[in-house]
Design a protein around this ligand. Structure first.
Ligand code: AMP
Length: 226
């Protein structure tokens, strides 16, 4: 199965692609993660992309396309996260592979902001404890959100290691609104391209319920296609 996942920052794209990896055995290819890793390693590629990534600008198409081509070369099953971000990238992708479906996650901006401001992570860098104090029960434009808080058992201490919980440095309202704006700007034309020029099914999912229910919805939609 060859998939693309689109979704605004904070909609849980990372969570859902990891779940699809477990369920369907698809390889998760997240271009942003690849670039961050290469920068950390100080590789040739890392050096080439560093300034773009640091400034939140798009890495030139030739570089991104080369990386993705190399990654998917021998893969039968994958999910692309963060790629394609331009129409040119989408066209180049379709030259080298077919795509079976596109998953598009939707979430209202106000909910994303509440969720991101509610996020608390474990202060122990070796622990991946992740919680959310936002308890969201509200309806926007007819979409009923039920996203209960994910709280630790002991007041603001991590269940896994007992360390205090903290807020992430970059979980700030201005930053997240800017990232959502850039996402909308980049993603819309790419999705329109797929709708106009291809017959690839687009599965639209509102992320308005707890993770397991959303996973079920995505899995059912994918199964109904194949
Ligand atoms: P992300 O983690 O997906 O938000 O990506 C982090 C950064 O990596 C972006 O701000 C870009 O600088 C770069 N990047 C990731 N994917 C792409 C892509 N498909 N095209 C261009 N730049 C990308």
């Amino acid at each position: 199965m060859k998939l693309i996942i689109f979704g605004p920052p904070g909609s849980g794209k990372g969570t859902y692609s990891s779940k699809l990896k477990e369920i369907f055995g698809v390889e998760k290819i997240a271009t942003g993660d690849i670039f961050r890793e290469e920068i950390k390693k100080g590789s040739e590629l890392g050096k080439k992309v560093e300034k773009y990534v640091k400034e939140g600008k798009l890495v030139p198409d030739e570089i991104v396309i080369e990386v993705v081509k190399e990654k998917i070369k021998n893969l039968e099953n994958f999910i692309l996260d963060g790629f394609p971000r331009t129409i040119n990238q989408a066209k180049e992708l379709l030259k080298i592979t077919k795509i079976d479906a596109i998953i598009k996650l939707n979430m209202h901006e106000e909910i994303i902001v509440k969720k991101i401001l509610g996020r608390r992570i474990c202060s122990n860098p070796k622990c991946d404890g992740n919680y959310n104090i936002a308890d969201i029960h509200e309806t926007i434009d007819g979409i009923e959100y039920f996203l209960p808080a994910i709280l630790p058992k002991n007041d603001m201490l991590c269940d896994k290691c007992g360390s205090p919980l903290i807020q992430r440095e970059d979980d700030k309202e201005e930053i997240i609104r800017e990232r959502i704006r850039i996402y909308e700007e980049q993603t819309k034309p790419v999705l329109e391209f797929f709708k106009r020029e291809t017959k690839i099914p687009i599965i639209e999912i509102w992320v308005n319920r707890p993770v397991d229910e959303i996973v079920d919805r995505i899995v059912k939609s994918l199964k109904s296609l194949f």
